[in-house]
Design a binder for this molecule. Structure first.
Ligand SMILES: *[C@@H]1O[C@H](CO)[C@@H](O)[C@H](O)[C@H]1NC(C)=O
Ligand SMILES: *[C@@H]1O[C@H](CO)[C@@H](O)[C@H](O)[C@H]1NC(C)=O
Ligand SMILES: *[C@@H]1O[C@H](CO)[C@@H](O)[C@H](O)[C@H]1NC(C)=O
Ligand SMILES: *[C@@H]1O[C@H](CO)[C@@H](O)[C@H](O)[C@H]1NC(C)=O
Ligand SMILES: *[C@@H]1O[C@H](CO)[C@@H](O)[C@H](O)[C@H]1NC(C)=O
Ligand SMILES: *[C@@H]1O[C@H](CO)[C@@H](O)[C@H](O)[C@H]1NC(C)=O
Ligand SMILES: *[C@@H]1O[C@H](CO)[C@@H](O)[C@H](O)[C@H]1NC(C)=O
Length: 823
């Protein structure tokens, strides 16, 4: 550890070994103050390759000098003659050798015996020698942030003094002077946090709704921080605190990236690991979709008009120029025929708050009435969503910078007017419902037509219809129809009788249990004719109606691909809902790659499995009639047949289970920890690219034989992704491959797999290849792009609402969800 030695010798030679500078002393270039807890150090430094001298604060023990604050950021010294001291007036001053004041900490009042102290928080304070009270500090560096927001720092306004604590990026690595990228709290009636590039608003973190920054859950969901927002007549600020105080984290504005970057210091790795960016994705860009447009990640196109609005310029809109946004149907007039009404939208980021009005003691009803009275009021909401909601915020003029945030529980009420108001209500935010309704209407007609046919058919199906179980009969209708339609595979889906399944599984005996997923337990069964089956008994909490369930089974059963598990049929009786699959003798992939049997899987088999999974996923994403996002791709969901062909299971299951309900009820991010893409885990945004991320994890697991999560107990802060990334950057990626494989593998294939894995794991969803490209990359030898830093290098950041230790038990944490789109 050469740097420790170096540091010790630095301290011995230059350091004051003190955290205090009195009026009698001065700090010349070359000497430093060190905070009492030895976390921070202050002194002169030159950034990057520059030779200019600045006074700044950095981490004492972290090598490479990470600067968190700079005093004279816009007025560097050109030589080593600088001197920091406290002058006769009690101001802290930075002097050149000809006594020019280069920088000054202006004390609010004259102190008797002022001292300058570097606190353990990284705050440099000027105070009266005997007075330790923070409210009496004469000056503090936390009031003048540079590019870094540290824990404990108040970020925002002191309204009494009009002090605005805002932050601006360094121009670049070599130059700490004020860049044009900044962040601050905007003092609108409903205050909000925004990022700026010069005069242009880049992105909004959004207003504080009592729980979090609206639509911007990343800071709040972040389990490392505790975030507080203070908003009263004297102050408007936020402050964050690290939950585990022995961790070192920082939030930095980066001019190169135009991003606010959160990172954590990894002791094992001896480097900063980024765990969050903002803006985090395309929808975070300010006013991305124009006035009254809604940005929906994963939707094509990404911009959608809010329900009740139409593109202002259809021509531009269709050419993907969304800047003109959306308008209400022209025939609309405010309170025309008194028909205005408000429609509740859930999961939207609250619009730009420039033109707002707030009353913190009004109720939602009062708010509605007040908004309705005023024709320029276009929307209203509770200003605080805690305890059922309170307060009133109203928006005037166009609604700007809205995005969909699926797991946000804030409601926004938007003024609409339409004679067909009742129908609109149903359509809000739920296209799939509309599709389902249409589908079921069609089905009802089909059902009548085929009734006679079914009646006959029923008699040939296994088991007898129970008295009163109309469900099965209807289901048979659907199934029959399904079989008639002759989709790929032409397979026959059966309706099984509960008694038959109970018998086959030895009355759901524990001995027959194969495993459990998020949706329930899986049993092995043997039918009377000797056929082996797997039965997924959906847990009873499924809230989905019978009709929806049948629809879903029908859709799922249509998905036929050699890398998907075959759905043979289902069984519904009373509360029981079951899916019957073909039985896979080799169980799931996790028992092969992580278990004792891992030696059985040589490289060629692993490569075969990787390619099979990719093809199965490609089918789900692209080739099937339904576009399906799996949302819970993981080793235990990959089953292997007798020839070790991989088969993806649990696709489409979330819809069967009523995924939307789960979202509403628990507001949890579903999916499996360790496989979730950052935008999904943090923002709740899922897309085919979050599946690609999960595929990347799976790929690394297959190559290394290690689990992404929990493999590195000795060095807690890094996971498998971090390990792969480290070896990749150290130029020794082959070290990543499972030791059992040594000698058996084709080097170029292993390298290519790791490379593709890292491409799939890139932080930014847009950077990740789609699965079709992955399939092509896996079977070609073309040059691949260099991967950017992956998301989630750390192992110990559980997501809010996720209990970290229960991933072995079936629970809603493991539930997958799927998104269907009509094609
Ligand atoms: C050092 O630089 C400062 C300005 O940064 C200048 O005022 C001063 O004269 C210089 N001193 C020497 C010794 O060159
Ligand atoms: C320092 O503050 C005092 C009082 O607030 C003010 O009068 C003075 O001009 C300030 N000095 C400088 C150099 O800003
Ligand atoms: C901003 O981020 C880039 C890319 O991670 C990095 O190279 C650069 O040093 C950062 N800039 C500063 C001022 O830290
Ligand atoms: C806090 O972080 C340190 C260093 O990462 C770790 O060793 C310790 O276990 C953590 N404490 C808790 C309570 O999580
Ligand atoms: C606008 O609204 C009117 C009245 O509700 C309706 O007849 C018309 O079809 C709508 N136009 C469009 C383009 O939706
Ligand atoms: C806010 O609302 C309350 C309750 O309706 C009312 O009493 C109060 O006057 C309102 N304040 C303002 C400034 O409008
Ligand atoms: C509607 O509200 C705006 C903003 O508060 C206000 O300027 C305007 O006077 C109000 N109009 C009416 C008719 O009350």
């Amino acid at each position: 550890m050469p740097w420790i030695t170096l540091n010790i010798c630095l301290i011995r030679r230059f350091s004051f070994a003190s955290d205090i500078l009195t009026q009698l002393e001065s700090l010349p270039d070359g000497q430093t103050l060190v905070s009492e807890n030895e976390i921070f150090e202050m002194g002169f430094f030159s950034p990057g390759t520059s030779t200019d001298r600045y006074v700044g604060i950095w981490y004492h023990k972290i090598p490479g000098r990470t600067v968190v604050w700079v005093a004279n950021r816009n007025r560097p010294f050109k030589n080593n003659s600088g001197l920091l001291s406290i002058n006769a007036e009690g101001h802290a001053v930075l002097l050149s050798n000809d006594d020019n004041i280069v920088w000054l900490a202006n004390s609010t009042k004259k102190a008797l015996s002022p001292i300058l102290q570097l606190l353990g928080s990284g705050n440099l304070v000027l105070r009266e020698g005997k007075d330790l009270k923070p409210q009496n500090y004469l000056w503090q560096s936390f009031d003048y942030p540079s590019d870094t927001i540290l824990p404990g720092m108040k970020f925002g306004w002191d309204l009494r003094t009009r002090l605005n604590r805002r932050s601006t990026a360094w121009k670049n690595w070599d130059d700490p002077s004020t860049g044009d990228f900044g962040a601050e709290i905007l003092l609108h009636n409903y205050p909000e946090v925004a990022n700026w590039q010069g005069p242009t608003e880049l992105s909004r973190v959004g207003p504080w709704n009592g729980v979090r920054f609206s639509g911007y859950s990343h800071v709040t969901r972040n389990p490392l921080y505790e975030l507080k927002f203070v908003w009263n007549k004297d102050e408007v600020y936020f402050v964050y605190k690290i939950i585990n105080e022995s961790m070192i984290t920082r939030v930095v504005l980066n001019q190169t990236l135009y991003s606010v970057v959160d990172s954590i210091w990894s002791e094992d790795d001896q480097r900063w690991i980024t765990f969050s960016f903002s803006p985090g994705d395309n929808c975070d860009m300010y006013n991305r979709c124009g006035p009254n447009g809604n940005c929906v990640l994963g939707e094509t196109p990404i911009c959608q008009c809010l329900t009740g609005f139409l593109p202002k310029s259809p021509k531009n809109w269709n050419a993907m120029d969304w800047s003109k946004g959306c308008i209400r149907n022209k025939s609309w007039s405010c309170r025309g025929n008194n028909k205005d009404y408000f429609v509740k939208f859930s999961g939207l980021k609250l619009p730009d708050t420039t033109y707002t009005w707030v009353n913190a003691s009004m109720t939602l009803e009062e708010c509605k009435a007040k908004c309705w009275e005023n024709c320029s009021c276009n929307a209203y909401a509770n200003s605080d969503i805690r305890e059922g909601g309170s307060g009133c915020v109203m928006w005037f003029g166009d609604l700007i910078d809205i995005r969909q945030v699926p797991f946000d529980d804030q409601d926004l009420y938007i003024r609409l007017a339409s004679p067909e108001t009742a129908e609109l209500d149903e359509a809000i935010g739920n296209k799939t419902t509309v599709i389902a309704v249409t589908v079921s209407t069609v089905l009802a007609v089909v059902m009548l037509i085929t009734l006679f046919y079914i009646y006959i058919r029923r008699r040939t199906s296994i088991g007898n219809k129970e008295e009163g179980s109309d469900g099965n009969m209807e289901l048979q209708t659907l199934m029959a129809e399904n079989n008639e339609e002759g989709y790929e595979g032409n397979m026959e889906q059966r309706i099984y009788d509960l008694a038959v399944i109970a018998n086959a599984t030895n009355n759901f005996s524990l001995d027959n249990k194969l495993g459990g997923g998020g949706f329930g337990l899986v049993y092995k069964g043997i039918l009377g004719d000797g056929q082996e089956i797997a039965v997924k008994r959906l847990s009873q909490s499924s809230s989905q109606g019978l009709r929806e369930f049948k629809n879903e089974v029908k859709l799922c059963a249509k998905l036929q691909h050699r890398n998907l598990v075959k759905v043979l049929g289902c069984c519904i009786q009373g509360e029981e809902k079951m899916l019957i699959y073909e039985y896979m003798p080799n169980k799931s992939l996790d028992s092969f790659i992580f278990g004792n049997e891992s030696q059985l899987l040589d490289w060629s088999k692993r490569f075969h499995i990787i390619r099979g999974i990719a093809r199965g996923l490609m089918y789900l994403h692209q080739d099937s009639r339904l576009k399906i996002v799996h949302r819970d791709l993981k080793a235990s969901n990959i089953l292997l047949d007798s020839e070790l062909n991989p088969k993806i299971s649990d696709f489409g299951l979330a819809r069967i289970f009523g995924g939307d309900k789960i979202e509403d009820n628990t507001r949890q991010i579903v999916g499996t920890y360790g496989y979730m893409a950052p935008e999904y885990a943090i923002h709740g945004l899922f897309s085919i690219k979050s599946d690609v991320f999960s595929f990347g994890v799976l790929l690394l697991e297959i190559v290394s034989g290690m689990k992404n999560r929990g493999s590195f107990l000795s060095s807690q802060s890094i996971n498998l992704i971090g390990h792969a990334w480290r070896l990749w950057n150290e130029g020794v990626p082959l070290k990543f491959a499972n030791e059992h494989l040594e000698g058996s593998y084709v080097e170029s294939e292993v390298l290519r797999c790791i490379h593709i894995g890292l491409l799939c794991l890139q932080y930014n969803a847009d950077d990740r290849p789609d699965i079709t490209s992955v399939v092509i990359m896996l079977s070609s030898e073309g040059v691949l792009p260099e991967p950017k830093e992956p998301g989630f290098l750390l192992d110990h950041i559980p997501v809010k609402g996720e209990s970290p230790n229960n991933h072995a038990t079936p629970s809603s944490n493991e539930i997958s969800m799927t998104m269907l789109e009509a094609r």
